[in-house]
Design a binder for this molecule. Structure first.
Ligand SMILES: *[C@@H]1O[C@H](CO)[C@@H](O)[C@H](O)[C@H]1NC(C)=O
Ligand SMILES: *[C@@H]1O[C@H](CO)[C@@H](O)[C@H](O)[C@H]1NC(C)=O
Length: 155
């Protein structure tokens, strides 16, 4: 069927479109409920603290090996996202990034000379861990929207 060839392109366009709608929707919501920066800054250290605790359980020699702490880092990232969203802030945002940079400086400042292995396969794992849920969600929404518009070919 000819439509099958176009399917990936259409799905991609739907995703872009839905993503745009979500972004506009969030922007609208943001205007109605203003980001409480003090609340976010008050809550972010909770994430930093649990990340610190996990990292201190590791040998500090392993702090530059992403494979060793990727799961803690993923948790930490998700935690900061959660705290930002709870305070009705976008994530990432400059204040949260400043906080994350501080944490990086604390643990990874010595790695610059050792070179963190960000380019190794673990990097792919990190990207997958962070982006897969987002892509899956957006993809599913896109698929549903597109299918509901094109329900004629599915029947
Ligand atoms: C922001 O959060 C703080 C708690 O840290 C609270 O006291 C304050 O009322 C909040 N401000 C708004 C506008 O909701
Ligand atoms: C990083 O840690 C992993 C898992 O413990 C290990 O297999 C790998 O050899 C380490 N890489 C480096 C560069 O130390």
């Amino acid at each position: 069927m000819e439509t099958c060839v176009l399917w990936p392109a259409r799905l991609f366009l739907s995703i872009l479109c839905v993503h745009g709608i979500i972004t506009i929707g969030l922007t609208g919501a943001q205007e109605r409920s203003i980001c409480n920066e003090s609340l976010m800054l008050q809550n972010l250290p909770v994430c930093g603290k649990s990340f610190e605790e996990m990292m201190h359980k590791l040998d500090s020699k392993k702090w530059c090996n992403l494979t060793e702490f990727i799961l803690y880092y993923s948790d930490f990232t998700q935690c900061t996202e959660h705290k930002a969203l709870t305070a009705r802030c976008f994530w990432p945002n400059p204040l949260a990034e400043g906080f994350i940079t501080e944490i990086h400086r604390q643990f990874f400042s010595k790695c610059s000379t050792v070179k963190v292995h960000w380019e190794d396969p673990p990097d792919k794992i990190l990207i997958t861990l962070i982006f897969m849920p987002v892509l899956l969600t957006v993809g599913m929404i896109g698929l549903i929207v597109w299918c509901s518009k094109r329900s004629d070919i599915l029947v």
